[in-house]
Ligand binder design. Structure first.
Ligand code: FO1
Length: 306
């Protein structure tokens, strides 16, 4: 079965770790968010793409969920000496990925081309596509400090500030990367990963043509709720949904996605919310959704395709 997975970072990477166990590489395409991307120290950093590569290749830091296992931080310490930005931690090994990406983009390669090269170098053989080769930046308006960049919000402020709105700067001028719309149009199943709807999936949908392509495929599109028992497993999705005036429950997620998703997979703990989800016109499927290991991820991936 050909499968397209619409991805943010950590939750998506964990689901993909299951997908690769049951979907042949040639039939699997991940379409990933690049709204979190940032240029720091002259380096092009694409956190969600790298989290996917490192997680699926079993190299990710288990403790952090991003970056590489067994990192050292000497380059960051050296930057600290010069008083340069060091709130965004780049591990010594991870920096190699950013150096390579920056070098290849400087040579004129597209982000999709470089991403393919990076994935291959980590022995990944499924297709990993940034949603666009162009620049889109997730921007967060805070109650107290005005608009700040996503990483400024997420890492520097540890997502511990009140948010009043989110926008995707530049999205209107972006084109989907080659293959993105074709994949959405032709995949037999489309899966929206358990990523943050407001800041990980919405920037993918904001690229012109992507939302409409998904609307046309709604019947074949399933999402996995990133909210379990009213809480996000990781990150600020629950808090953000509330601050943006939504319900921080699986029902709130169903409402958020109702236009593009025909089925929502929710955790057993939320079984009693199934009727309210179906009242939104979204079919609810109740299963265990917490991915503690590869076997859990494969089981959830199987449900997504069933
Ligand atoms: N997350 C943090 O909480 N602190 C960091 O210093 C940090 C550095 C970092 C470097 C490279 C990378 O690929 C990811 C990094 N992340 C860090 C994670 C990243 O900010 C978030 O996971 C995503 O952008 C949200 O999906």
């Amino acid at each position: 079965m050909t499968v397209a997975v619409v991805c943010g970072g950590v939750g998506a990477a964990r689901l993909l770790r299951g997908m690769i166990q049951i979907v042949p590489d040639s039939e699997l395409t991940a379409i990933a968010n690049v709204g979190d991307d940032i240029v720091l120290h002259g380096l092009n950093i694409s956190p969600d793409l790298d989290t996917i590569v490192y997680t699926v290749s079993e190299a990710v830091s288990a403790e952090r969920g991003w970056g590489l296992e067994g990192e050292t931080w000497q380059a960051m310490e050296a930057l600290g000496r010069y008083g340069d930005t060091n709130w965004f931690s780049l591990g010594d090994k991870d920096i190699g990925t950013h150096l390579y990406r920056t070098h290849r983009l400087g040579e004129g390669a597209t982000l999709a081309e470089v991403t393919g090269e990076i994935a291959k170098a980590w022995d990944l053989n499924f297709t990993l596509l940034p949603v666009t080769n162009d620049v889109v930046r997730t921007m967060v308006t805070t109650a107290d400090e005005g608009e700040i960049s996503f990483q400024d919000y997420f890492v520097r402020r540890q997502h511990d500030v009140a948010v009043t709105s989110v926008r995707f700067a530049g999205a209107d001028h972006c084109q989907p990367a080659p293959g993105v719309l074709e994949t959405i149009n032709s995949a037999e199943r489309i899966v929206v990963a358990p990523s943050n709807p407001a800041v990980s999936i919405d920037p993918v949908l904001a690229i012109p043509g992507v939302r409409d392509a998904l609307i046309a495929r709604r019947a074949d599109t399933v999402a996995v709720s990133p909210i379990i028992g009213g809480k996000a497993l990781k990150g600020p999705a629950d808090r953000l949904l509330k601050e943006l005036g939504r319900e921080a429950t699986a029902v709130g997620v169903a409402r958020w996605y109702a236009e593009v998703v025909g089925t929502l997979i929710i955790d057993e703990i939320d079984a009693d919310l199934a009727p309210a989800i179906e009242a939104e016109g979204v079919k609810a499927v109740v299963v265990p959704t917490i991915m503690k290991d590869k076997a859990d991820a494969a089981a959830l991936a199987r449900v997504c395709l069933s």
